[in-house]
Design a protein around this ligand. Structure first.
Ligand SMILES: *Cc1c(COP(=O)(O)O)cnc(C)c1O
Length: 396
């Protein structure tokens, strides 16, 4: 019989029923330290009191009105985001992939209203992940996600990550925008050289192409800055945000300069749910947490500790690990053995970590992770690594 739940996931057989700070509790009562945070979503930990208060207070008042009316929470949250980023304007969505859709529409529309209707190509980079809608899988370019879903959409080009010559060959008067994750997430926590990102900015400045940063995973403090572009001394024209911005409530956003957004006039885009009062209540409370003095200092402090300790862990298990990479609390352990084995062994030890492309074990703890919890995580990672090494030795 076909399962009642569409079988598009190969799910781990564990059901969590409760969360508290950096810990998850399963149906059977077992406690886990969570270095996955619902894939970089639960940035402020589970059952965060400020977020619970914001959500439950709003739940008593009003859930949804549609975007036919003013939504005060959208006005305040957009002002906070504009005040703390490069952007002049913000649109709220329910998810990351919806933000990607709008970013692509916005870039094309910008050139359309500026007299270049044929300038609609979007260039992305190998290893990218931009979501699962039709435009997002075409932008992502991953064959696994495209197969069987009809012909490739026109207007999407892709080049190897870091290959400026290939990029220069493919762009032209037909190119509307470049889209890139400043640090690839799903692709395997693959870093992008700052010089390459700066070269993209210059190429866009020289040609009028728009630079879209997909900060759905890197944003909202994950890398130790509010947004990863701040490390680079450059600004994108359009930025997609989701995951951490809702602290666990479905919320995404597109941030843009006035110039990039100049085609988005009344009637050109919309959403029924996007930016609804519940999402805005949580989003406002979440950004207040992220902007609070000392928050990013804490992220950087815990991240520095983890990177240091992980460097030692990798050096101590050369048959298991190839290296450690990433920035802030977005960390990848490149494995020599199958990453799935490490995930399962860590879980058995009470630590949740995530898979990623390129045989990488991904660590995305809540940004509120304490130093004690970071130490506990390191102990569990170290225990897991020693067990796997011992198993390998015994098998030889
Ligand atoms: C998760 C992710 C997306 C897709 O977001 P959804 O909310 O799953 O639609 C897009 N881009 C990046 C970089 C992501 O990490």
């Amino acid at each position: 019989m076909f399962p009642a739940l569409l079988p598009t996931y190969n799910r781990t057989d564990v059901a969590f029923v409760r969360g508290e700070g950096s810990y998850l509790f399963a149906e059977d009562g077992k406690r886990y330290l969570d270095f996955g945070a619902g894939i970089a979503v639960n940035a402020f930990g589970y059952a965060n009191p400020a977020l619970i208060k914001a959500l439950t207070e709003q739940a008593q008042l009003l859930w949804h009105t549609s975007n036919l009316y003013r939504v005060p929470g959208q006005e305040s949250l957009s002002q906070k985001l504009v005040a703390s980023t490069f952007a002049d304007t913000v649109f709220f969505t329910n998810s990351g992939t919806e933000a990607i859709e709008l970013a692509i529409k916005m870039a094309r529309r910008h050139h359309f209203v500026n007299g270049q209707p044929d300038r609609f190509h979007i260039v992305s980079f190998e290893g990218a992940f931009h979501g699962r809608t039709m435009a997002a899988i075409n932008a992502g370019g991953n064959e696994k996600y495209l197969e069987g879903f009809g012909p490739r959409m026109a207007g999407f080009d892709q080049v190897p990550l870091g290959d400026l010559d290939a990029l220069k060959k493919i762009v032209g008067p037909h190119t509307a925008a470049l889209i890139i994750e400043p640090l690839q997430g799903e692709g395997g926590v693959r870093p992008v050289a700052p010089e390459f990102l700066r070269a993209l900015r210059k190429l866009c400045d020289d040609t009028g192409m728009l630079l879209i940063f997909d900060e759905i995973q890197t944003g909202v403090g994950r890398t130790g800055k509010l947004f990863a572009y701040e490390w680079l001394g450059l600004e994108p024209d359009i930025m997609t945000v989701a995951k951490g911005i809702g602290g666990g409530f479905p919320l995404g956003a597109v941030l843009a300069t006035a110039e990039a957004a100049d085609g988005m006039t009344v009637g050109t885009h919309g959403t029924t749910y996007g930016g609804n009062p519940l999402a805005m209540a949580v989003g406002n409370a979440a950004i207040d947490l992220a902007l609070a003095p000392g928050f990013l200092d804490h992220v950087n402090k815990v991240a520095n500790y983890l990177h240091q300790q992980l460097g030692a862990l990798v050096a101590g298990h050369p048959d298991l690990f190839e290296g450690v990479r990433g920035q802030g609390l977005m960390i990848g352990l490149k494995m020599k053995t199958p990453s799935a084995e490490f995930l399962a062994a860590a879980r058995a030890n009470g630590l949740i970590v995530l898979p990623a492309g390129d045989n990488v074990v991904r660590l995305l703890p809540p940004l509120t992770l304490s130093e004690d919890e970071a130490r506990e995580g390191m102990e569990l990672l170290s225990k897991t690594a020693s067990q796997l090494d011992a198993q390998k030795a015994a098998a030889q």
